[in-house]
Write a protein that binds this ligand. Structure first.
Ligand SMILES: NC(=O)c1ccc[n+]([C@@H]2O[C@H](COP(=O)([O-])OP(=O)(O)OC[C@H]3O[C@@H](n4cnc5c(N)ncnc54)[C@H](OP(=O)(O)O)[C@@H]3O)[C@@H](O)[C@H]2O)c1
Length: 329
């Protein structure tokens, strides 16, 4: 099969190789998926850059993807063959991810893809959509609440706005950094947007919430925004944090303790099993109802894997970067 891989960490163009390697076989409890797409996320370029240790001498990157089940291993119902699926955790604690023609992985990690959802859209679900769902759902959800989605035009943020609305938030505010991103966040359902580069975010949140603050902040960059929390969160509110622009940060202790805000950190790769099951069921229900808008920012051939990593790392694309595994140069 064709695959993109690296055998040492480093700059994308120096370490990513595209070539031929043996097609994997599904082991017991596994399915073999013929991949149509492979989704590229920030954690993929970070891991390739050395943020986590190499699990094996050769890594095929990317956890997200979508395709069709071509074979099943012992113990898996043969009726799954031919089924359209999307993948989660394809390269989490596993060496061989989705940047390839095929992946063999546990059957539960290949989830039926509803008929109205494309393979490109299916490659945005494992990390961006599930992260957004968890950020909005964890610790009691957002029904009736005021929510601020930081970075509302990001891959995760764009889903988080929609999901907060779908889960009954009373008000969804998003921060953005340009008029184009403001339009993107509004199209996702944001009631109001704040340009965090040109506006005073704390003052704008106060004004938009009648001085109350928000009940929940969905945070993309805690290092940059932690100091804002005491000014924008209602008493006893919550910040669900899925990202940080820096590996370490300073926190303003006294303002935070006085505000009573809770900060909930989580990583989508390691959701509790019960939450994972609820998330998969909820995404399926929303997709079947046509309730989710997906944002595909760029589609590139598998051969351009290194360029795709650099594109995601530069943060220039609004929406997900997806590799088309079915095409070739
Ligand atoms: N915990 C998890 O499981 C998990 C899961 C998925 C992603 N992540 C992490 O979350 C981050 C975002 O991922 P993504 O795929 O959504 O990336 P993305 O598509 O690049 O989106 C990030 C968004 O955040 C905005 N942003 C950056 N700095 C900001 C700030 N200080 N305040 C407000 N907005 C800001 C960016 O736009 P501007 O730069 O123009 O403002 C962009 O719209 C990455 O660090 C990723 O590693 C974590």
């Amino acid at each position: 099969m064709r695959a993109a891989w690296y055998e040492r960490t480093g700059p994308a163009r120096e370490v990513i190789v595209v070539g031929e390697m043996p097609t994997p076989s599904p082991g017991p409890g596994e399915v073999l998926v013929r991949l149509a797409t492979s989704g590229v996320n920030p954690s993929d370029w970070k891991a390739r850059g050395g943020s986590r240790p190499m699990l094996a001498p050769r890594i095929i990157p990317h956890s997200d993807g979508a395709g069709t089940i071509e074979a099943v291993g012992d113990g898996v119902d043969a009726a799954r063959i031919g089924g359209r699926v999307w993948i989660w955790n394809g390269q989490w604690q596993r060496a061989l991810g989705t940047a390839a023609d095929y992946i063999a992985l546990p059957a539960a990690q290949a989830v039926p893809l509803p008929a109205g959802t494309s393979f490109q859209e299916g490659a945005c679900l494992g990390i961006p959509a599930l992260t957004a769902w968890r950020a909005v759902q964890v610790d009691g959800g957002v029904a009736g609440q005021r929510v601020l989605v930081a970075g509302g035009a990001g891959a995760v943020g764009h889903y988080a706005i929609q999901m907060a609305k779908l889960m009954g938030a009373a008000q969804v505010i998003a921060t953005v950094s340009s008029p184009g991103k403001a339009a993107h966040a509004k199209a996702a359902g944001a009631d109001a947007v704040i340009d965090y580069k040109t506006q005073d975010v704390a003052a704008a949140v106060k004004e938009l919430t009648g001085g109350q603050g928000v009940d929940r902040v969905v945070e993309v960059d805690l290092a940059a925004n932690a100091a804002l929390l005491p000014q924008i969160v209602a008493r006893g509110g919550l910040c669900t944090c899925y990202g940080s622009g820096k590996p370490e940060m300073a926190l303003p202790f006294f303002p935070l303790i006085l505000s009573g805000v809770a900060i909930r950190f989580f990583i989508v790769y390691d959701l509790p099993a019960e939450a994972r099951a609820e998330g998969l069921a909820t995404l399926t229900r929303w997709m079947e109802a046509g309730a989710l808008r997906h944002a595909i920012g760029a589609v590139m051939p598998l051969e351009d894997c290194a360029e795709a990593h650099d594109l995601v790392a530069r943060g220039e694309v609004m929406g997900n970067v997806v590799l088309d595994c079915a095409s070739s140069l």
